[in-house]
Design a protein around this ligand. Structure first.
Ligand code: ADP
Ligand code: G6P
Length: 500
């Protein structure tokens, strides 16, 4: 196996196998924030991506994707059930998202988590060149930095958590909390989406491991581990260019016609996940229809909800509930040829997503908790016409960077309804002013700025950063959160946005 100077390690590879209409197996880009962030960045870089290809059984041999070498790590049925669906997505994921669903604890899951993390560490040790840089991603692989350091002390190891990192009261529930923290401390740099998350981590390290820690540095044995906030972003210029394409603009016009030329289109695009606040949003919309403040003739809601983690019980229950509610709302308020909600569960290509963003007068992004939420950023980047109102949850990491959005607390049903109405009836001049400010922010703080900021910190003095960020001439300044919003809607006191 050829060795690489940059190795990205993430549970999921950026491609998924799927079955083409002619029955052949084909590979397509997998949906999800982590892949959306890293895929455009690594294109045409001599890097290796170590990850899982999505099935069970032996690891498939995969073609390079845009110059990036794919190294697949196999999961068998037990690993899938106990590592991916179990410890990663039924223990850590709900716990890290404010326990909006009950986290479950099983000893067998922890064993699988250790076993799979060890397998990822060994695969990475195999492909990283001497003194190379390894960037480990997300909550599935928190033990990899420590395991990899034991195998390959010559490497520079980074870890980045895309999910929120919870406050100590929640993290302390984990039976194996000390091992998880120690695993992350195997890295030279531990990155989070928010400064509050780095603070939570430092507090936990002090309390659980009794190590001297500040919000920037932790002394571990004879090493210093640095920690910090690096809010992830998108390829802003690419999304803007896509949205500006004449065929995409034409597709947006067609979509509007197909929707019956309503006065207003509200759009939501989510993975089908209980963190995304889909049920709360449907309830708010349904109450607005019931009170007559919104009518089906005037306004349509397009809800895209691509199925996710489909064998995990909490996700199955959510999908059933969402589909029942969509059926109820359409039955109660729809008319022949005029459904109240256009509900779509298909994956779309980037051009179709850009066209959807361009047709949306209001983009409702209202998660109960989200590490960042790239859909919100994609919408802003796509609105090259400076039109469109972004209704954004205070509990999405993106809210700290986009204070010009119409911010709402999705737990507050009345606030959510008012937020939707405010965005629907907003003055076009106000909408344009907010959108201009958000677009300018995202052009400065795009995916290359994120990678530049993180990797220059990890690879001090190395050549990696200028290679990865070469389209804008090298390293960019660190991304700093902007001041608090002036536009929180309803509910009185703004909610805490301080968790990771
Ligand atoms: P998460 O990280 O929880 O998946 P994000 O909003 O950060 O949420 O990222 C979701 C990513 O998945 C975005 O880049 C979005 O464009 C993509 N995505 C969501 N739904 C679809 C879909 N139906 N088809 C294709 N891509 C999708
Ligand atoms: C979020 C997580 C990613 C994950 C993605 C899709 O973005 O932070 O690590 O890959 O969701 O979820 P999935 O379970 O399909 O990989």
């Amino acid at each position: 196996m050829r060795q690489s100077s940059l190795v990205v390690v993430a549970n999921r590879l950026p491609i998924d196998d799927s079955v083409a209409p002619d029955g052949a197996c084909e590979w397509r880009r997998s949906p999800g924030g982590l892949v959306s962030a890293l895929h455009p960045l690594l294109r045409h870089t001599p890097a290796t991506w170590v990850g899982w290809a999505g099935g069970t059984g032996p690891a498939p041999a995969l073609p390079d994707v845009d110059g990036v070498r794919m190294r697949s790590v196999p999961l068998d049925q037990d690993d899938l059930r106990d590592h991916y669906e179990g410890f990663a997505n039924a223990t850590l994921w709900p716990l890290y998202h404010d326990a909006v669903e009950q986290p479950q604890h099983h000893r067998r899951w922890w064993e699988a988590y250790q076993r799979v993390n060890q397998r990822f560490a060994e695969a990475t040790a195999d492909v990283a060149e001497p003194g190379g840089v390894v960037w480990v991603q997300d909550y599935h692989l928190q033990l990899v930095p420590g395991l990899l350091r034991a195998l390959r002390p010559d490497l520079r190891i980074g870890f980045f958590l895309h999910a929120p990192f919870p406050p100590p009261e929640l993290f302390m529930q984990l039976p194996r909390r000390a091992e998880l923290l120690r695993g992350m401390l195997g890295a030279d740099l531990v990155g989070f989406q928010r400064a509050q998350a780095a603070h939570n981590f430092a507090q936990l390290v002090t309390r659980v491991l009794e190590l001297p820690a500040t919000d920037r540095r932790i002394a571990v044995d004879d090493r210093v581990v640095r920690i910090g906030a690096f809010p992830v972003s998108i390829d802003t210029a690419e999304m803007a260019a896509l949205a500006a394409r004449p065929d995409v603009a034409a597709r947006a016009r067609r979509l509007r016609q197909d929707l019956g030329n309503p006065r207003k289109v509200i759009l939501s695009v989510d993975r089908m996940d209980y963190t995304k606040g889909i049920e709360q949003r449907l309830k708010a919309y349904s109450e607005l229809l019931a009170s007559g403040q919104v009518t089906v003739r005037d306004t349509v809601l397009v809800q895209v909800a691509v199925p996710s983690r489909e064998r995990v019980g909490q996700y199955q229950i959510l999908r059933e509930r969402v589909e029942r509610e969509v059926g109820r709302i359409n039955g109660e308020f729809g008319r022949v040829g005029e459904p109240a909600i256009h509900y779509l569960t298909q994956p779309f290509d980037r051009a179709e997503l850009a066209a959807l963003y361009r047709v949306a007068d209001v983009m409702a992004v209202t998660p109960l908790r989200d590490g960042m939420n790239l859909v919100a950023k994609e919408y802003v980047a796509a609105r090259v016409d400076d039109e469109g109102a972004l209704l954004l949850s205070e509990f999405a990491g993106a809210a700290a960077e986009l204070p010009e959005a119409y911010l709402v607390n999705p737990h507050d049903l009345e606030g959510l309804k008012l937020g939707l109405l405010t965005a629907l009836h907003a003055d076009p001049a106000d909408v344009a002013e907010r959108m201009r400010a958000m677009r300018a922010h995202l052009h400065r703080h795009d995916i290359r700025a994120w990678a530049g900021s993180y990797l220059s910190s990890l690879d001090e003095g190395g050549a990696l950063v200028s290679r990865l960020t070469s389209t804008d001439g090298g390293a960019t300044p660190p991304v700093v959160p902007r001041p608090p919003s002036r536009s929180t809607i309803a509910g009185g006191t703004p909610a805490r946005t301080g968790r990771g």
